[in-house]
Design a binder for this molecule. Structure first.
Ligand code: AMP
Ligand code: MN
Ligand code: MN
Ligand code: MN
Length: 286
């Protein structure tokens, strides 16, 4: 029986809508054998997810999706198999969450100036005690009738040159990869096809990423088109990187992204789980 991997997902600990327990149950029901929970800049959901996964016989890979600023661009780097007790990792994430808290208030102030008051409080209520991200603002603005969809909110309010946009001051690539390494994890570039980089810029980025100790890139991603997959598979092979696959699932409200429905990695791509450093062995799965 093939083992079904989904190495990128979100819970309510960041901007997903399911609790970690609900996410694990949904992944199990969808046929996922190995699930990585990779919330944005936090490991808060991991303990609950691991506890629920164990009796189901599912492997939970403890992960995190770290926000990185590289050449004025935001890049997401996954740490897979991280030890959440690692002090340098937690200190790093805590700095990012401090920035997120400040940014959330600033987004609220900017939207108020643009004529939409009380968005910070609204976003907080959608975040239910977790760190407030842009998605929580989007859910609030949709619920209040300011836009028809989350995608629409991003386009009109939350991206560069729009009223609620605040530029990211995230981790450096060096720092993020150091934290992941200190925590015993493997670093994987999330959805590399989504950054709108030219092929040569992306190659330059991957070069730096590998120099800093990064080993993998997502070839299969819920946010990759068919053409992205073909291009990323070619890049992955030519750069000698390990290939990963993840849905980037955020919850059932995005029905086009389903748990347990990922295509297999294209031929010639070496899966990240075949790395010597992969934290979960096939044997442990039996
Ligand atoms: P943040 O890390 O708080 O800046 O928010 C980034 C998150 O917002 C991503 O992980 C996605 O979940 C979501 N997101 C970003 N761009 C869009 C978009 N155009 N439409 C819908 N969701 C988006
Ligand atoms: Mn997200
Ligand atoms: Mn991402
Ligand atoms: Mn993600």
């Amino acid at each position: 029986m093939p083992v079904h991997y989904d190495l990128h997902s979100h819970s309510r600990a960041s901007d997903g809508t399911l609790s970690p327990a609900e996410l694990v149950a949904a992944a199990h029901a969808g046929g996922v054998d190995v699930l990585a929970l990779t919330d944005h800049d936090t490991t808060e959901g991991l303990a609950e997810a691991a506890q629920v996964a164990r009796p189901l016989g599912m492997q939970l890979v403890p992960g995190v999706e770290i926000s990185v600023s590289w050449q004025a661009q935001t890049i997401h780097v996954l740490g897979l198999g991280v030890d959440s007790a690692c002090e340098p990792l937690q200190q790093g994430l805590s700095g990012l969450c401090d920035f997120r808290n400040w940014r959330a208030e600033e987004i609220g102030r900017r939207l108020a100036r643009a004529g939409i008051p009380d968005c910070y409080a609204g976003a907080c209520s959608h975040a239910r005690g977790s760190i407030v991200g842009r998605t929580h603002f989007a859910h609030h603005l949709v619920a209040e009738g300011h836009a028809k969809s989350v995608r629409d909110v991003f386009k009109r309010f939350l991206v560069n040159n729009k009223p609620g946009y605040v530029s990211g001051k995230w981790a450096s690539l060096e720092d993020a990869l150091h934290w992941i390494d200190a925590a015993g994890g493997l670093a994987v570039v999330a959805h590399p096809g989504r950054y709108g980089m030219t092929a040569s810029k992306l190659r330059r980025f991957l070069g730096e990423f590998r120099e800093c100790g990064g080993v993998g890139m997502e070839v299969i991603s819920g946010s990759h088109s068919r053409d992205n997959v073909t291009a990323m598979a070619a890049l992955c092979r030519s750069q000698n990187m390990l290939a990963s696959c993840g849905s980037d699932y955020h919850g059932p409200e995005n029905p086009w992204i389903r748990l347990g429905q990922l295509p297999v990695l294209p031929a010639g791509c070496q899966p990240v789980w075949e790395s010597d450093r992969w934290p979960v062995t096939r044997k442990e799965l039996q």
